[in-house]
Each structure stands twice: as structure tokens, then as C-alpha cells.
Design a protein around this ligand. Structure first.
Ligand SMILES: [Zn+2]
Length: 404
């Protein structure tokens, strides 16, 4: 622990202790601390922890100090962690200097290097970060135009119009593969070409990355691809339904074999995906938290369960793509839209996705309690709102939006 953090802990601990000794409630200060925590789950844990501290105690016990210190460390970590909702233009390296504790210094932002188009022909594009996009399979589809719903207006079932991609959904093609060996080179190339032809015909994705790490544009970004079907996501400002229209689809050529729990992709594919994601995030100002996997967004509206599609339910290399671990975001399908999880989904998702589900359940429980509603009644209300919003999206997209 650095001396500055230690001093900070001592200052806060002393202040709370003084307030309690003066027999004054510490509520405004605790509320101020809680308000600094962006994550609702962490905020709830902090408040519960503070509530569990003894109320009338002039000499604080060792255990109380330990608990208090832990809570403040939680707060410090939370404040310093870069938000997944940072947009690329705001950089990824936020930090605060020593004066910041007193509220006098500005937050400094690490500059994000600009990525620009270097060369463009009918066949390909190259970018300053090393990205090369093949355009030979590029095709048009229906124009991207969609409705988003306000996260701060719970009764918004009308929505607002958008035309620019708000996020990225990552997929796997689950197509037959040849062994990745030099003697199978012609088979590997032939399989990739026939996959591209099929994907183009179905307008399945905006981009496909073959096993050699070559990036192909399929459906151009101005148009929607049929990649996500019934799907939901939410960021702190907006709710998104049926992500074909609102999110880009990037797919990795791979096949998850029977008995295999995790998709495996080649290092060249991960490298190419990192370059592509960097360029797309910058071009369309996509927040890091809106770059997610199909398993995280897919829903089954016939039984109201999450995870109708489970590609990248675990093992997606967020970090290698320059993204935070978005598996840790409370799953909006559960916390915002009221979907439920079954054990099959949790088993397929493994520990990483289970964390997002668990956090979402906690958020849901806290919101139900705050609304003085039972969990079942609160979830029911969210599902009813989802149907109203889906109905608005469907009549806007004339039914085409639900293809996958
Ligand atoms: Zn998929």
C-alpha cells in the first residue's frame, strides 16, 4: 500500500471515528463516499458494510478498523479503475495525481493514438495501426437505423433514432475445419473462401476473421448484418434491443468440437481482432463496455432465458483486444430486462460469465428492494417493459431485424 493511500485511509477513518464519537450520524459523509462508487453492486456492498459497523463505541476495535479499511480500499480501487464505458476518444489511461484528493487538479487523460486510413482500393484498405481489410466480399444490406431507449427514463417505450453502430458483438462461425498444418494449406484456403461466400449470401456478419488472421468486410458498416437475433444490451445511458441494427458483428472462423467447452482461435486472429476493434471503436466512438460476446447478449423470448446462443460464453480474450474484462459487467439481460438464467447457461459460461450473472442478480435484488417490490413482481415489470420496447423495435424494423 502506498503512503498516500495509507494517509487517505487514516484521514477517512479518523473522520468517521470523530463523527461517531461526537454522537453525530455519519450518514452524509457515508452517502458522499457511496456516491463516489460507480458500480451499484460495489456501492451496495459498501453501504451494507458501513451499516454493520457498531454504532455506539468510543474505542474502535481492531476488527472494526480492519473492516473500515477494507471498505475504503474497495472505494479507492473502484474510483481508480478505468470505466468500461470510456469512449476511445477519452483514452483508456485515466489517472489522478496527489492534488486530486483535495479536488483541485483535473483528471489527466492518456492520449489514444489516432488510427487513420492509409490506403484504399476496391480490393482492400490498410490502416495506420497495421490493420488490413479485404473488401472483395463486401456487400450491402438494409440501412442501419434503429431505436434506443433511455436508461434514466424507466417508462421510455418510444425510443430515439440512431444510425451509427453503438457496439460490437463477437461471434464464432462454428464451421467445419481442416487441421491447421502447412500440408492442408489449400484445404484451409478453400474452406475459408466457401465460408465467406455463405456468410456473404446470408449477410451474417459485418466482418469475418479467417484462421490466418485475414480480416474480410462482409456487410458494410452503414448496413445491418443478421448476426444477433433476439438480443439485448445496456450501457449507463441507453438500452439496446435486437442488436443486428445497433451493434456490429465480428466473427472468428473456428469450430468448437464436441466436449470442448471453449472456442479456440489462432494468435493471428486475436491480433487482427485487436486492430479491427481499435479502428472501429475510434471511428464510431464505441465505449469499451459495449464490446461484448454473443453469449452475453443472446436471449430466448419464448421462455425468457438468457443464452439462446452461447458463442464466446467463456474464454473471449478481452484483454488481448485492449478491452476490460466485460464478462464482469452485470448482465443487462438479467438486471435491466428481467431475463433469467438456467444451470445449462451457467455451466457453459463458466466462472467468468457466472460472475456477470451473479452481479446482475444482486443489482436486480437491490432495485426490487428499493422499489419495495418482491423480486418476482419487479422482474415481471421489467419483462412487461421489454415486450413494449420490442414491439416498438419490431414495427420499426419491419420484421427483418430478427434474422440471424
Ligand atoms: Zn453468434
Amino acid at each position: 500500500m502506498s503512503p498516500s493511500i495509507r494517509q487517505y485511509l487514516i484521514e477517512i477513518g479518523t473522520r468517521i471515528s470523530n463523527e461517531r464519537q461526537a454522537n453525530r450520524p455519519a450518514r452524509p459523509f457515508v452517502e458522499w463516499l457511496a456516491g463516489s462508487i460507480t458500480s451499484p453492486v460495489q456501492r451496495l456492498r459498501f453501504l451494507r458494510g458501513v451499516m454493520s459497523l457498531p454504532k455506539k463505541q468510543h474505542r474502535r476495535s481492531y476488527r472494526s478498523w480492519l473492516l473500515l479499511s477494507w471498505l475504503v480500499v474497495l472505494l479507492v480501487i473502484e474510483v481508480q479503475r478505468p470505466s468500461p464505458w470510456t469512449r476511445p476518444s477519452e483514452g483508456i489511461g485515466l489517472w489522478r495525481n496527489a492534488e486530486d484528493r483535495h479536488g483541485t487538479a483535473a483528471v489527466r487523460v492518456a492520449p489514444q493514438p489516432e488510427i487513420w486510413l492509409v490506403d484504399k482500393t476496391d480490393a482492400f484498405e490498410t490502416y495506420s495501426n497495421g490493420l488490413r481489410i479485404e473488401n472483395r466480399f463486401s456487400v450491402a444490406n438494409r440501412t442501419r437505423s434503429y431505436l434506443v431507449f433511455s436508461a434514466s427514463r424507466p417508462n421510455d417505450i418510444v425510443g430515439e433514432r440512431r444510425f451509427v453502430p453503438a457496439g460490437i458483438v463477437f461471434h464464432t462461425t462454428e464451421s467445419p475445419q481442416a487441421p491447421f498444418e502447412s500440408r492442408h494449406n489449400s484445404s484451409l484456403k478453400r474452406i475459408a473462401q466457401s465460408l465467406l461466400a455463405a456468410v456473404r449470401l446470408k449477410r451474417s456478419y459485418n466482418f469475418l476473421i479467417d484462421r490466418f488472421g485475414r480480416v474480410y468486410r462482409v456487410v458494410r458498416e452503414a448496413d445491418a448484418a443478421n448476426h444477433a437475433g433476439n438480443s439485448v444490451w445496456a450501457d449507463p445511458h441507453w438500452l439496446y434491443l435486437s442488436l443486428n441494427q445497433s451493434f456490429l458483428g465480428i466473427s472468428f472462423e473456428t469450430e468448437t468440437l464436441p466436449g470442448q467447452l471453449e472456442a479456440t482461435v489462432k494468435p493471428a486472429q486475436v491480433q487482427a481482432a485487436a486492430l479491427l476493434t481499435g479502428m472501429l471503436r475510434q471511428r464510431y466512438s464505441i465505449p469499451a463496455g459495449n464490446c461484448v460476446t454473443h453469449a452475453q447478449v443472446s436471449v430466448n423470448i419464448s421462455n425468457f432465458l438468457v443464452g439462446y446462443h452461447t458463442d464466446w460464453a467463456s474464454s473471449f480474450p478481452f484483454q488481448q483486444l485492449g478491452l476490460p474484462d466485460n464478462y464482469a459487467i452485470p448482465l443487462p439481460a438479467v438486471s435491466v430486462f428481467g431475463f433469467e438464467c438456467d444451470s445449462v447457461f451457467l455451466r457453459q459460461g463458466g466462472v467468468r460469465l457466472s460472475k456477470g450473472v451473479m452481479l446482475a442478480e444482486q443489482v436486480l435484488g437491490a432495485r426490487a428492494a428499493a422499489a419495495h417490490a418482491s423480486l418476482a413482481a419487479y422482474r415481471n415489470g421489467l419483462q412487461t417493459k421489454y415486450w413494449s420496447q420490442l414491439s416498438a423495435v419490431r414495427s420499426d424494423a419491419t420484421g427483418m431485424d430478427l434474422q440471424e
